[in-house]
Ligand binder design. Structure first.
Ligand code: COA
Length: 256
């Protein structure tokens, strides 16, 4: 399947490819076509000499609430969020051009784990990060079970992934998920850095990215595969069914 989402705006300016998530009424939850559109744009950027840097952003009040929870009700396994996320993360993993993320407001689920695959991340002071996998009856995704402990150590990663509680921009900087907090418009800040990066010699920039990313590539794939085995089992569980029903019915989930 391939389609262009009305909820993703893509434009090229001064060698920077801007990928804007634009589904504010759903807190930029990622639908099937959004995943495909973003992945296509990133894969296309590698073939396009005009693109030197990619900037992913939402608005100044919202980055992304992660998987569209309605996706979980899709019956086609090829369209399960994890299958879509797999292609999406794979594309991030393969990207040769540096990827910058500018985060404001919520960054939940894959809205947060995708940041582990970006090269520079900036966050507004209003950012709230959350990894709510256990709360949803799910397990870590996007190789976060490998990458998060590498960033912040076992105990802190356990805390964030087991409890799934939200954390702020300062904590995100402390644990190494975010480079810096922007006190003005984070999108403008991300753009300014992207434009600076786009003026540097592109071959040196891409080689630097490759050198830092390459040693982890196979470990990331293995972690992703491991996570997926648990994830697929979890999808059919009573725990996920209860968590999703509770979200849809706007009530607290009960796991008796
Ligand atoms: N999938 C589908 N719909 C979503 C969504 C998601 N991931 N996140 C938010 N929405 C919807 C809400 O249901 C709500 O819809 P409604 O207007 O029909 O009631 C709308 O977007 C606005 O969200 P709301 O919950 O009112 O905003 P908030 O600022 O109070 O809270 C979140 C924002 C992100 C903290 C909260 O919406 C949330 O927890 N969403 C689920 C996140 C999640 O679990 N993602 C999946 C991880 S695998």
């Amino acid at each position: 399947m391939s389609s262009t989402s009305q909820f993703v705006a893509i434009r090229l300016e001064n060698h920077v490819l801007f990928i804007r998530l634009n589904r504010g009424e759903r807190k930029n939850a990622l639908s099937h076509d959004m995943y495909w559109t973003i992945a296509d744009a990133i894969a296309g950027a590698d073939q396009d000499r005009e693109v030197r840097v990619i900037l992913i952003h939402g608005s100044d009040v919202c980055f992304s609430s992660g998987n569209d929870l309605a996706n979980f009700f899709n019956q086609d396994p090829g369209e399960y969020p994890e299958a879509l996320a797999l292609r999406f993360i794979d594309t991030l993993l393969n990207a040769r051009k540096p990827i910058i993320a500018a985060v404001a407001g919520v960054a939940v689920g894959i809205g947060a784990t995708m940041l582990l695959h970006c090269d520079l991340v900036f966050a507004a002071d209003n950012s709230r990060f959350k990894l709510p996998f256990t709360q949803l009856g799910l397990v870590p995704e996007a190789a976060s079970s490998l990458l998060l402990p590498r960033l912040c150590g076992h105990q802190k990663a356990m805390e964030l992934l087991l409890l799934g509680e939200s954390f702020d921009a300062e904590t995100a900087v402390e644990i190494g998920l975010v480079n810096a907090i922007s006190h003005e418009s984070v999108v403008a800040h991300g753009k300014a850095v992207a434009l600076r990066l786009a003026k540097l010699p592109p071959q040196a920039v891409q080689a630097t990215k490759r050198l830092l990313r390459e040693p982890l590539r196979s470990a990331i794939r293995e972690a992703h595969d491991r996570e997926q085995q648990y994830y697929i089992d979890a999808l059919d569980s009573a725990e996920v069914a209860e968590a999703l029903a509770a979200f849809m019915e706007k009530r607290e989930a009960r796991f008796d």
